[in-house]
Design a protein around this ligand. Sequence first.
Ligand SMILES: NC(=O)c1ccc[n+]([C@@H]2O[C@H](COP(=O)([O-])OP(=O)(O)OC[C@H]3O[C@@H](n4cnc5c(N)ncnc54)[C@H](O)[C@@H]3O)[C@@H](O)[C@H]2O)c1
Ligand SMILES: O=C(O)C(=O)C[C@]1(C(=O)O)C=C[C@@H](O)C=C1
Length: 307
Amino acid sequence: MSPVYDRVALIGLGLIASSMFWAIKRAGLAGEVTGYARSEATRDTARRIGLCDRVCDSAAEAAEGADLVVLCVPVGAMGQVAAEIGPVLKPGATVSDVGSVKRAVIDAVGPHIPEEVHFIPAHPLAGTEHSGPQSGFAELYDNRWCLLVPTEGSDPQAVARLRALWEGMGANVEEMEADHHDLVLAVTSHVPHAIAYTMVGVADHLRRVTESEVIKYSAAGFRDFTRIAASDPTMWRDVFLNNREATLDILGRFTEELFMLQRAIRMGDETYLFDYFTRTRAIRRGIIEAGQDTDAPDFGRVKGKPA
Ligand SMILES: NC(=O)c1ccc[n+]([C@@H]2O[C@H](COP(=O)([O-])OP(=O)(O)OC[C@H]3O[C@@H](n4cnc5c(N)ncnc54)[C@H](O)[C@@H]3O)[C@@H](O)[C@H]2O)c1
Ligand SMILES: O=C(O)C(=O)C[C@]1(C(=O)O)C=C[C@@H](O)C=C1
C-alpha cells in the first residue's frame, strides 16, 4: 500500500499508539512515524523495542513538520498536549485523537489548533485491559469500528485521508456527531466498565467480610468482570469525569432497571424474569448474527440461523 501520510506523529505511547504504529508499519501507511511519551521510562522502552522510527524528547519536537499528529494520551491530558504542539503545527496538517470521549476533547483541544490546521477527532472501538508501550499489536484494529467525529467545517479531503489511514490499519470507519458518540459509548462502554468496577469492588469487600474464596472460585461471568476492571485507572478516571452527564443518565436508567429486577426476584415474579432474560438473549444473538463479536465461540454460524 502507498503511504497515506509522509509523516505521522504519535503523542502518548501506550496501547492505542503502539498498536497504531505496528498497524501503520504492517501496511506501509506512513513514510516516517515519530513518537513522544511524557515519561522517560516509556520513551526508553519505545526506543528499545523499535516503537516509532524516531522517539523525541518533547511533544513539539515529534509534531513539528508532521502531516498527521494523533493525540493518544488520557482524555484529561489532551488539552495540555494540544497547547504544547499548537505553535509548531505545519499549515495543512491534520490533528486527530483517539480519546474515548469526544465532546470534552473537542472543547479542550479545539482552541489550541491553528486555523490552517485540520482537526478531526476519532475513536477506535478496540482495546484490551492492558496499557503501556509494550501492550500494542498490529491486529488490534482489524475488523473493528473507528468512529470519526468531524467538527464543523472539517475539510472533506482531510477526513477522507484520515479514513484511508484507519481503513489501512484494518478498521471499518463511520462518522458520528460528538454528543451522540458520547451517549452511545456511555451505553456500550463507559457504564459497562462502571458496573464491572463496582462488581469487582463488591466481591473484594465480601471476601474481606466473610473470608470466603471469591477470587479462587470465581466463575466465568465474574472473571470477565475482573478483566474489564483491570483496565487503566487513569484512563477510566478521565473517561467518567469527562463524560459525566451521559454516564450519569445511563447509570440512572441502569439503577431503575436493577431495582425492578430486584423486586421481581423478591416477589418471585417468574414471568418478569423469564421475559426480561429472553429479551436480553435476543440482543446478544443479534450482535453475533451481525458479525460484531468475532471472539464469540459461535461466531461463524450461518447468518440468520439461531445459535
Ligand atoms: N485502552 C483502550 O481500550 C482504549 C480504546 C480506545 C481508545 N482509548 C483512548 O486512547 C487513549 C490512550 O489510551 P491507552 O489505552 O493507549 O493508554 P496507555 O495508558 O496505554 O497510554 C497512554 C500514554 O500516554 C502517555 N501520557 C500520559 N499523559 C501524558 C501527557 N500529559 N503527555 C504525554 N504523554 C502522556 C503515557 O505515558 C502513556 O504512554 C485514551 O484517551 C483512551 O481513552 C483507549
Ligand atoms: O476490550 C476492551 O478491553 C475494552 O474495554 C475496549 C473498549 C470497550 O469498551 O469496548 C474500551 C474503551 C474504548 O474507548 C474502546 C473500547
